[in-house]
Structure formats: structure tokens, C-alpha cells
Design a protein around this ligand. Structure first.
Ligand SMILES: NC(=O)c1ccc[n+]([C@@H]2O[C@H](COP(=O)([O-])OP(=O)(O)OC[C@H]3O[C@@H](n4cnc5c(N)ncnc54)[C@H](OP(=O)(O)O)[C@@H]3O)[C@@H](O)[C@H]2O)c1
Length: 270
């Protein structure tokens, strides 16, 4: 059955490769990016795999939460059902690490924006829907003051690893609160050091085959093995469901991170 699948950050790297795979299987892929020209290029590439009329493009800078709200509203206006949401967009190294609101852009793009987008789009999703959140092998304990912008981390990898543990933690709490009636929520480490722009710019190495990440995201989006996996963490370095960082196994710590995220997003009435 043809599914409608939104992939954030599908202008490059793993997101773009996943869009091509899913489009080639006949699914309707909603492409998202922050650059109009990269979105147009991505749409052309995806159209090579499939009739271009089945893709749609959505422009939004996820470091701006008002744009996240507008993105969600536009999708709600155009679609009654969303089958799969892949929260793939992510950032590590950047020349503008702090947003105008004083927040670390890694926390905004990698943790807050996907939470807000997900909450806004859940009404379009049913129990067979899937929310796939991009985690990472890099997971470090979340410093609440850094998350809320009261202090700033000088190490970009520390900020990235904290933002990735934070999304892994709220994936679990969201799965619990949605229960069986809601879509499945799964955190996925797509594989480490896959050769995307993020890895090449961050580590100065070519990196591995991006297709490894695209293949696991496609499986997470569609295959039966993920249908009952809500709240779980899939580690593609190990090739199996696994345990995330200890903090993501601690219900109380997970709830605290989710409460902080909720309070930071309170003005958007989730
Ligand atoms: N590559 C790996 O080995 C690896 C390992 C673990 C986890 N991951 C995760 O996998 C996901 C995909 O990463 P990747 O490796 O494919 O990196 P990438 O090639 O840099 O792709 C990141 C995507 O996110 C988009 N993006 C970044 N900041 C954005 C913003 N402010 N607003 C909207 N879109 C934004 C990028 O848009 P532009 O095209 O405009 O830059 C791009 O489409 C990320 O969540 C990453 O953390 C990757």
C-alpha cells in the first residue's frame, strides 16, 4: 500500500538517500529542507526514481520554531493522513551555534523541533503510523542548563551528543504516553560515520556508505519487524534493537527531559 511519508532534512545525506529508496517503492514522499535550491535539486533526484508528481516540497528552517509550526500547519492543510514521520534533519558543526533566542542550535534542530513537529502532526497519524527519530551512537547526559540556554557548551560534539540523547529520551516517553492507540515511536541510530556532509565536515573523513542509513530508515518506516517496537531503540551499528544510554532507560530522567522540552515549547500549546 502506498504510504505518505514526511522526511525532514531530505535535501542531503541519509535523508535524501532514504527519500529516493522510498520513492522508488512507490510511496508518496514529502521532502523537507531549509534551502529552496537544494529542495528543487532533491526533488529532481527523487523524480528519477519515481513520477515527480508524487513528491511535495516543504521549506522550513528547523532552527526557527515558528517555521516548524508553519511547516506542520501547511502539512495539516494538505494532508488528512500521514503514515510515517522520519525526524531525520540534524546538525552538528555550524558557524552559528546559538539561535537569536539564546538556545544551542543542536538542541533546537535535533531535539525541540522534532518534538514540536511530531506533536503537531500526531493528529494525522493512526495506530499503524510510525515516528522514526534519528538518534546516534553519540549520546551524553543532558545538561538541563545547556538545553534551556542558561549555559552554552563550547564543544559542538558535546552539544550534538546531548541533543541526540534528549531525542532518544523523549522518544520513549512519547511512546509510553501514546500507548497502543497511537503511532509507533522508535529511535534509530542509523549507523556511525556514514559519509554524509555532517560526517565529512565534522570529522574530515569520507565516511561509510550512506545507503546503510537509508536502508535501516526504510525498514523502520515500513517493515513488520518494527511494527511492535514502540519505545525501543534500534542500534544499526549492532544491527539490532539495543539499549540506549543508561539515562534513556531511566523513566524519571526521561520524564524530566520531556517536561523541560514541554515547558520550553509551552507557548506553542502542544
Ligand atoms: N552520518 C552519520 O554517520 C550519522 C550517524 C548517526 C546519526 N546521524 C543522524 O542522521 C541524520 C541525518 O544526518 P546526515 O548524516 O545525513 O547529515 P547531513 O547530510 O548533514 O543531512 C542533514 C540534513 O538536515 C538538514 N538540516 C540541518 N539543519 C537544518 C535546519 N536548521 N533546518 C532544516 N533542515 C536542516 C540538512 O539540510 P541542508 O541540506 O540544507 O544542510 C540536511 O538535509 C541526522 O539527524 C544525524 O544526526 C547520522
Amino acid at each position: 500500500m502506498r504510504k505518505t511519508i514526511l522526511i525532514t532534512g531530505s535535501t542531503d545525506g541519509i535523508g535524501l538517500a532514504t527519500a529516493r529508496l522510498l520513492a522508488a517503492q512507490g510511496h508518496q514522499v514529502l521532502l523537507h529542507g531549509r534551502s529552496e535550491s537544494k529542495l528543487a535539486d532533491a526533488q529532481k533526484l527523487v523524480a528519477e526514481a519515481q513520477d515527480g508528481s508524487q513528491t511535495e516540497c516543504y521549506l522550513a528552517d528547523l532552527s526557527n520554531l515558528e517555521e516548524v509550526m508553519n511547516l506542520a500547519q501547511t502539512i495539516r492543510e494538505k494532508h488528512e493522513v500521514l503514515d510515517v514521520l522520519i525526524n531525520n534533519a540534524g546538525i552538528c558543526r555550524t558557524s552559528t551555534p546559538i539561535t537569536p533566542d539564546g538556545l544551542d542550535v543542536r538542541f533546537v534542530v535535533n531535539t525541540l523541533a522534532p518534538y514540536l513537529l511530531t506533536k503537531q502532526l500526531i493528529p494525522l497519524m493512526n495506530a499503524s503510523g510510525r515516528i522514526i527519530n534519528l538518534s546516534s551512537a553519540a549520546q551524553s547526559p543532558v545538561d538541563n542548563k545547556a538545553l534551556t540556554g542558561q549555559t552554552h557548551l563550547t564543544d559542538e560534539f558535546a552539544a550534538y551528543a546531548q541533543s541526540k540523547l534528549a531525542i532518544t529520551m523523549w522518544s520513549r516517553t512519547l511512546a509510553e504516553s501514546l500507548g497502543e492507540a497511537g503511532p509507533v515511536v522508535i529511535a534509530v541510530n542509523p549507523g556511525s560515520m556514514l559519509g554524509s556532509k555532517m560526517v565529512q565536515e565534522g570529522f574530515g573523513v569520507a565516511g561509510g556508505d550512506i545507503g546503510i542509513g537509508a536502508e535501516i530508515l526504510t525498514r523502520a518506516a515500513l517493515s513488520d519487524e518494527f511494527a511492535d517496537a514502540t519505545g525501543r531503540y534500534f542500534d544499526n551499528d549492532a544491527g539490532r534493537f539495543s539499549s540506549p544510554h543508561l539515562d534513556a532507560q531511566d523513566p524519571e530522567k526521561c520524564r524530566r527531559v520531556e517536561q523541560t522540552v514541554e515547558s520550553m515549547l509551552a507557548k506553542f500549546s502542544l
